[in-house]
Design a binder for this molecule. Structure first.
Ligand code: MGD
Ligand code: MGD
Ligand code: SF4
Ligand code: MO
Length: 865
């Protein structure tokens, strides 16, 4: 039994994971020596072993819904590609890839399309995520390079987080920063986000700006710095101050709708603090002004010369585990490979020579949204989608549906079966998942780490690079795709990186033997040939004058509706939940989608906390009234799809407007019409996996996978008696254990032998339903304790997943006197595991204090989170 060192497959922090596999018993812990996390893991990382279940896996290739062999499936795909290319030319085919892929998979896909098919129609879900930051980097630095490293977040005296919910989305990096802040209380944190997020709860200053006004904010800061701060002469010389005339501090306050006092404080702190890091994420990138906003942030660092030095710099926070690796190989349609641009014909020839190709693409291909538009218009005849679920994650679901219906051949490679996208697929290919596949990923700080396998593949799942090579060979491109293993692909990728040179040069790794590749520890780029391997954290662009100031003017985000809809992430789920959804523990934090709304907006709509909120004509989800929202803005999580909810897939209503430079969709700023709907009955239903209720009787539903079964959470107009009759007459469930009605609450529990076989509750108020506690009970022996757990309690959610404590249990500790997150941990244990909930603990303390203050003033009010 030995430890396998690998990398977490979720966020771009890229934490090192140590896995001990002993048969089916798999233990996961943080790798104490990995420089991303030094042993820490967040809740999602800690629960990785729970996600390795065979349930729901795609186990073999399928053509038109029928199981097939790999050789027939890959021959079929190859012939479809061949026919389309022969008849309609190379631009009639496309790949749509993903930051979930390993660098080796990505490299092979890119080489096949751009080097051999001769089209650049390769794009990736990183277009939806990082492409604005990529374009901003290229405009500022001439290359797609994040200059800093994670240590900078610890060494800074001021950290500014813009459009980033770091506490939930990159928890380990957030915890590293907060640990440093606890040691050096003079270190300050400013959070710029329209919502009061868990991240904002840890801030010294939160700026809840009007959504979409970050460009004005950073132009205002640039103007202020140019007048008040020590500036580098090279940068100052580039500035045309006339461009910033519209951004006086008063005007900036007006545009951003921030109090002048907070804005001034932020500007002063920024001016005074040399060691400043500005981290930015989707609140910046996912905007029709995404590129300009990225540059506006970088400008402030260039002007003050705060870049590439310890504790300083702009830092684009990466989303996916391998967004950066995809950018290295050329996964985006807008660059060729190894950071080489199409326009550079000498370097392009060098890439063609290395690949042995005489058909290399010479211009950019279609990016994500235009690719699906071209598909809907009948111009793309074959598309191969790997590692992403565009029916859920691209904007304008209707366009994507039309595109996939129109495209004659849709191939989907995934680890699981039954995603929304697969409904439109002609060919399915089973991919190896985390723990089965191997290769490399690159994290946010440019650090390449190994993913290593430690379990056998499920069914006939194969690596994506292998499937791509099979198809390439069947198309007749044998010599370029005869790889024996991942190490060979990696060496070629490392060799290619020398062509462009510059910051992304890892040619020193091109000499690695198979054994060295197997043993390779985490390494940050650059690592050029001819120099010893660099093991210390590296920073780039420290010399002043290294970058270009770029000032853009805002593009309007068009649209109508009484609200701006903001969408993003929950703490314990990953995207469409194909993996985190398998871990019962993770499902307890936010079991169903909720639309957050400010109390005054709710009042204006006549909405109560028990209602559903309808957005446009396509979205319906429970409302949650929250002081953390701005007026006029709603927030909805992105994790629900048609696969697990009736109408909870937020991109049904987000249109596909995008940034004109990066073509990254402006997910965050869409406008929408909202209305409240009252609900007759709320229900929850726990059933074995093989039984499903009638969805036609549910106005709204979501389903959550739990141990041995499913919890359906729903709203219905059908009388409880009908539901009760249906349940008790289902022959598979045995007999009634408990059947009780009273106070509007109706509960039926079924038993099969001495074990719980199903449970149903209905109430006019969802607050009356038994809350957290139904997830792990199916098949349990009947007992008084079980009964208590099933029937008692209000509808509430788990706060601390590691220790298993709910909101009310934490509130009890607060009422008993614990007034900080640490004291709550001492009192009841919450927050003592991975620590990811510590900011929510702090938020509950703050809310309690506010409530106390209100009570002391003799006013009656509700203070909500
Ligand atoms: N738990 C979890 N973690 C994840 C993921 C996940 O699915 N689950 N996904 C990973 C991926 S791929 C990504 S890309 C990252 C994303 O990480 P983040 O970018 O941190 O996450 P989001 O929730 O998409 O959005 C960040 C914040 O932007 C704010 N925002 C919205 N509009 C504006 C605006 O106009 N201005 C400003 N300043 N802020 C705005 C939102 O309110 C939100 O709090 O997370 C990664 N980590
Ligand atoms: N409204 C709105 N929409 C958004 C966003 C938002 O904030 N708001 N964020 C956007 C962003 S930043 C992102 S990154 C996207 C994410 O959106 P998606 O990429 O669509 O989401 P995932 O659920 O990560 O999809 C990954 C799929 O790949 C499969 N998979 C995992 N590993 C492998 C593998 O090794 N090989 C193969 N072949 N398959 C694998 C998984 O089972 C899953 O089905 O969503 C985007 N969409
Ligand atoms: S912080 Fe990100 S990489 Fe680290 S354990 Fe959590 S999800 Fe995985
Ligand atoms: Mo992302």
């Amino acid at each position: 039994m030995s430890k396998v060192l690998t990398t977490c497959p979720y966020c771009g922090v890229g934490c090192g994971v140590a896995v001990t596999a002993n048969g089916d018993a798999i233990q996961v812990e943080g790798d104490p020596n990995h420089p991303a996390n030094y042993g820490r893991l967040c809740g999602k990382g800690m629960q990785l072993a729970q996600t390795l279940s065979p349930a729901g896996r795609l186990l073999q290739p399928h053509i038109d819904g029928k199981p097939e062999s790999w050789s027939r499936a890959t021959a079929h795909i190859a012939s479809r590609f061949r026919q389309a290319i022969d008849r309609y030319g190379p631009d009639s085919v496309a790949f749509y890839l993903s930051g979930q892929l390993l660098t080796e998979d990505y490299y092979v896909a890119n080489k096949l399309m751009k080097g051999f098919i001769g089209s650049a129609n390769v794009d990736t879900n990183s277009r939806l995520c990082m492409s604005s930051a990529v374009a901003a980097h290229k405009r500022a630095f001439g290359s797609d390079t994040v200059p800093g490293c994670y240590q900078d977040f610890e060494q800074a005296d001021l950290v500014v987080l813009v459009g980033s919910n770091l506490a939930w989305c990159q928890p380990v990096l957030f915890q590293r920063m907060m640990a440093a802040k606890a040691k050096r209380p003079q270190m300050k944190l400013v959070v710029i986000d329209p919502r009061r997020t868990a991240t904002a709860a840890g801030a010294d200053l939160h700026l809840p700006l009007q959504p979409g006004t970050d460009l004005a904010l950073f132009h205002g800061l640039l103007r202020y710095l140019s007048r008040n701060a020590a500036c580098t002469q090279q940068a100052l010389a580039q500035l045309s101050l006339a461009q910033l005339n519209d951004y006086s501090i008063d005007k900036t306050a007006e545009i951003t709708q921030l109090p002048l006092e907070s804005l001034t404080t932020f500007f002063q702190w920024f001016k005074e603090t040399d060691k400043t890091v500005t981290g930015f994420s989707m609140g910046i990138n996912q905007s029709v002004n995404g590129v300009g906003q990225g540059n506006a942030i970088i400008n402030c660092h260039l002007l003050t010369g705060r870049i590439g030095k310890p504790g300083m710099g702009p830092f684009s926070i990466t989303g996916q585990p391998n967004a950066m690796g995809g950018r290295e190989v050329g996964g985006l349609a807008t660059s060729l490979a190894g950071h080489v641009d199409f326009a550079d014909s000498d370097k392009r020839d060098a890439v063609a020579a290395l690949w042995g190709s005489d058909n290399i693409a010479t211009r950019a291909g279609l990016t994500a949204v235009p690719m699906f538009e071209a598909m809907a218009a009948g111009k793309i005849k074959v598309v191969w989608i790997l590692g992403t679920n565009p029916m859920v994650s691209l904007p304008d679901t209707e366009l994507v549906r039309r595109a996939l219906q129109t495209c004659p051949t849709v191939v989907v490679s995934d680890c699981v079966i039954g995603t929304d996208t697969q409904r439109y697929a002609d060919v399915l290919l089973p991919a190896k998942g985390w723990g089965e596949k191997q290769g490399t990923v690159t994290n946010s700080e440019r650090r390449i780490s190994r993913q290593r396998s430690f379990v056998a593949a499920q069914g006939r799942a194969q690596s994506d690079w292998w499937a791509l090579c099979q198809v390439a060979k069947a198309m007749g491109f044998a010599s370029g795709f005869d790889y024996r293993n991942e190490a060979e692909i990696f060496r070629e990728h490392a060799t290619l990186s020398a062509i462009n040179g510059g910051p992304f040069d890892i040619s020193a790794l091109a000499q690695f033997s198979d054994h060295q590749y197997q043993q390779m520890g985490p390494l940050q780029w650059p690592q050029p040939a001819g120099k010893p391997l660099q093991l210390q954290p590296q920073r780039l662009f420290s010399s002043s004058g290294a970058g270009k100031i770029v000032i853009d003017h805002p593009q309007p985000r068009l649209g109508q509706g009484n609200f701006i809809v903001n969408s993003g992430r929950n703490r314990d789920q990953w995207h469409t939940m194909t993996r985190t959804g398998l871990a019962t523990t993770l499902g307890r934090h936010r079991p169903y989608p909720q639309i957050s709304i400010h109390p005054d907006d709710a009042a204006a709509l006549g909405a109560r906390s028990n209602d559903l909120l309808q957005l446009g004509s396509d979205i319906l989800a429970p409302i949650t009234i929250s002081q953390s929202q701005r007026r006029g803005e709603l927030f909805m999580p992105i994790h629900w799809s048609d696969n697990n909810s009736s109408a909870g897939s937020v991109n049904r209503l987000i249109d596909s407007q995008y940034d004109p430079i990066s073509q990254q969709p402006g997910f965050k700023g869409a406008r929408v019409e909202a209305k409240a709907q009252t609900v007759m009955w709320w229900g929850q239903l726990l059933l074995p996996t093989e039984i499903a209720p009638s969805l036609a009787l549910m106005r709204f539903w979501t389903k959550q996978k739990v141990d041995e079964g499913t919890i359906w959470w729903f709203a219905t107009d059908t009388d409880p008696e009908c539901w009760r009759q249906w349940l008790i007459t289902l022959p598979q469930l045995g007999r009634v254990w408990v059947d009780q009605q009273g106070n509007g609450l109706s509960s039926v529990l079924m038993q099969q032998g001495e074990q719980l076989s199903a449970a149903l509750q209905l109430s006019p108020q969802h607050g009356q339903l038994a809350g957290d506690g139904w997830q792990e009970v199916l098949g349990q022996r009947l007992s008084a304790h079980l009964l208590q757990r099933l029937l008692v309690g209000r509808d509430e959610q788990l706060l601390c997943a590691c220790v298993g404590l709910t909101e009310s249990q934490v509130d009890k500790a607060i009422e008993d006197g614990a007034n900080t997150a640490e004291k709550i941990t001492q009192a009841c244990g919450a927050g003592g595991g991975c620590g990811v909930c510590s900011m929510e603990l702090q938020q509950r303390c703050d809310a309690h204090q506010q409530r106390q203050a209100v009570v002391q003033q003799g006013r009656v009010a509700t203070v909500m989170l």
